[in-house]
Design a protein around this ligand. Sequence first.
Ligand code: PEP
Ligand code: MN
Length: 338
Amino acid sequence: MIVILKENPEKHQLDNLLSWIERQGVTAHISHGIHQTVMGLVGDTAKIDIDLLCQMEIVETVKRVQEPFKNANRKFHPLDTVIKVNDAVIGGGGMTVIAGPCSVESEEQIITVARSVKASGATLLRGGAFKPRTSPYAFQGLREEGIKLLLEAKKDTGLPIVTEIMDLSQLDLFDEVDVIQVGARNMQNFELLKQLGHLNKPILLKRGLANTYQELLMSAEYIMAFGNENVILCERGVRTFENYTRNTLDISAIPSLKTLSHLPIVIDPSHAAGIARFVSPLSLAAVAAGADGLIIEVHNDPTHALCDGMQSLTMPEFDKLMKKINIIKEAEMSVKEL
Ligand code: PEP
Ligand code: MN
């Protein structure tokens, strides 16, 4: 349920309304917009007497929200959510690029790539330590050692780090990780999502291989319902009948999720394409369509990468792509003003 308030309510009127709402056993989330103050009510709102609420002096209108996701819903929070990770900002009209290898392989590899992507303009470093591989015989990641190496790269470059958690038992190792990634395969691991909801740290939530927007938003809702509102949505390609590319990048996810939700959306063209030379066109399409960020796989030696070499850009390729991204981002901002 959302309650839209009249302009400039008095503090005591607002306090009275809030305590009335509390007595109904639901929680109110207040969002102060430029022209309007919106209150999102979460919980069992079925018993609330709408007529009574409508009659309150500071209440303009009351609407029932049909969608099952509440905290993630744009109706509850009309302005874009902006998530700050040290100096990097994700959401609210900018373009943030996260780059790095699929997997952390060695100190030399991660430091080399981190320095290079930073010089090209990336503001966060990615790298997998725990890897969800289709085959149990494939490289599973350096695990704890991988996190240590990422932290060294963070110390060396100052770049905040993004890395994937696969299981709750790994959580203690993530204390100094800046953004925790929940991979596509874990998007509906509800116990994991609930625990991440107790943290005060951004979560990059990837869309599952065959999940709808609503399912993605319900997973975000799991994290938010437990108090952590710092969720970044990530479209990384979905499974379709097409098998020329690894997955099919769903560009429609950008305007759709932006309509449905206030959360930032980041595009992963690397896992969507599975082919390095397609990463650039897909990245540019995502920037043009208004994505808040990109997460791109970059390797110092893709042909010898232990994971996802086929889709990894070389460091010079990434540098060139960053220049193109900047051009398209400028055009996107001018187009938005028309
Ligand atoms: C990854 O980011 O390396 C990864 C495994 O991603 P996804 O969960 O999207 O497959
Ligand atoms: Mn990968």
